[in-house]
Design a protein around this ligand. Sequence first.
Ligand code: AQP
Length: 332
Amino acid sequence: MSQRKPRIFSGIQPSGEMHIGNYLGAVRNWVGLLDEFDAFYCIVDLHAITVPYDPGDLEQRVLDLAVGLMASGLDPERCTLFVQSAVPEHAELQWLLGTVTPLGELQRMTQFKDKSRHLDSVNTGLLTYPVLQAADILLYLGEHVPVGEDQRQHLELTREIARRWNARFGDYFPEPQPLILPQGRRILGLDGASKMSKSQDNTIPLLAEPEDLRALVRTAVTDPARVRKDDPGNPHVCNVFALHGHFSPSAERDDIEILCQTAGIGCVDCKNRLSDNLAGALAPVRDRARELAEQPGRVQEILAAGAARARGVARDTISEVRERMGLGSPSP
Ligand code: AQP
């Protein structure tokens, strides 16, 4: 008899163009989990609207992200790929879980502090973001969550919310475990200092054309101590060298390491070699994306089928949760 695969959930925001940080830190790893797990991968549009955004763009961003995810190898035949707002039970469960979530825990979340610091007026959604994240995962009774290091704190809060809810209403939710993958390390942006981030304008978009890649990589910050071409550089503090580690053959990377340390190669040449390797490595993803982008109707159908499957599971969870919380059955 075949055993049920353990379930995982992970999400990505349609807050801008998918970038190589998303790809290396998350999506490439998600693809590697398709055989082992019953994977739910979600385009979390409700999360993306917690920061300023253009409503006229959102639908297209969702579609573009779906294209990027599928082009990266998320095969919708082997996972449930869907859009968060197409499954209204996410928002319902968030409310229900909010009743057992301590305010102090939300206020001490690093991401909340970072994001709210830059805003004149802080909306409640930014504060309750981790409760929605807990609802996303618990709605599918997710046992594992592939997350980047940056999301570890939120996942710990999800576990705490599950524990509190179970203690109050009876054991039901699993406490999801992080699946922090060795390759899931933080990728730095073109500034070489902060996390590559859609909202920070420091990204290398996954689907950029080779000439755009080259222009972007040219702006990347390298070893700040290396001022002139004949200064020896330190590759270990250089983000361009770190990116070579992901996209260049290891022999070439070893070569560049020595050439940089001995001033045998300048930063411009080093960047051009990275651009060529990046463009080559991402060519198959770009080609698949181009094909998919020409069939928006098909992409919409795939997302609708994913939402239908997700909704089936979500409805069962909500029924059980409502029952245990004394709210009775949902209206048909
Ligand atoms: N720079 C990164 N390095 C490694 N992993 C990253 N991820 C994002 N940036 C990096 C991982 O990608 C997944 C989806 O992320 P998200 O879109 O939900 O939100 P995020 O982490 O906040 O990504 P951004 O680009 O920084 O978006 P904005 O600017 O909208 O906040 C996650 O698993 C994340 O770890």
